[in-house]
Design a protein around this ligand. Structure first.
Ligand code: ZN
Length: 202
């Protein structure tokens, strides 16, 4: 399986990092070794003093698809989840400055904690509330209505370039409020009012 992530998909997050609004969705990938499941603790790496949380809605692909038209994307997933796109902001800043790829800042071990998946059901995918608490305080909350590229456009765009396969996971971008973590933190994520994950930083 592969993990495909969307960058800069929420206007206020683009602004908080002083980035430009992209012309197309920005995509990058994480390897399967970045996955953390079942509320396993995240071990803070020693190569960075600036690991940031980015809470994001996840889509799990249920069948193979390429060049999927927007109106058919709903046939390619029926489960959603919540995850964190951990980012070594210091390494990312250095890479951006030099125009280098971001991989080192995004793809390290444990950089993709994910929740269990829940049925999409009849949800309106353009109106899903989600949030992140750090040590019991809400630090991020978003709604998928604030996406620059909604989920159907994301799936359609990715599938033009990359064959989507069963089990692939898409991270759909983070809303505003990203910030650093520290050892000892507890991070809990919510999709609507359902707690989806709750794990420690060690
Ligand atoms: Zn992200």
């Amino acid at each position: 399986m592969k993990i495909i992530c969307i960058g800069r998909n929420y206007v206020e997050h683009i602004e908080e990092l002083g980035n430009e609004r992209p012309e197309h969705p920005i995509i990058f990938m994480k390897p399967d070794t970045s996955l953390l499941k079942n509320n396993e603790p995240f071990y803070h790496p020693d190569f960075s003093d600036s690991i940031h949380y980015e809470v994001e809605v996840l889509i799990k692909i249920k069948k193979e698809g390429k060049s999927i038209q927007k109106e058919f994307t709903k046939d390619y997933y029926d489960e959603i989840g919540l995850g964190i796109d951990f980012t070594a902001r210091d390494w990312q800043a250095k890479a951006k400055e030099k125009g280098h790829p971001w991989e080192i800042a995004k793809a390290f071990n444990g950089s993709a904690p994910i929740s269990h998946f829940v049925p999409k059901g009849n949800r309106d995918m353009t109106n899903i509330n989600f949030s992140l608490e750090r040590n019991g305080q809400e630090v991020q909350n978003g709604n998928t209505s604030l996406m620059l590229w909604p989920i159907d456009e994301i799936i359609s765009y990715i599938s033009k370039f990359i064959l989507l396969k069963t089990g692939d996971i898409i991270f759909t971008g983070t809303p505003k409020g990203v910030g650093p973590i520290a050892i000892g933190d507890r991070l809990a994520g919510f999709l609507e009012n359902e707690k989806m994950f709750d794990f420690e930083v060690k």
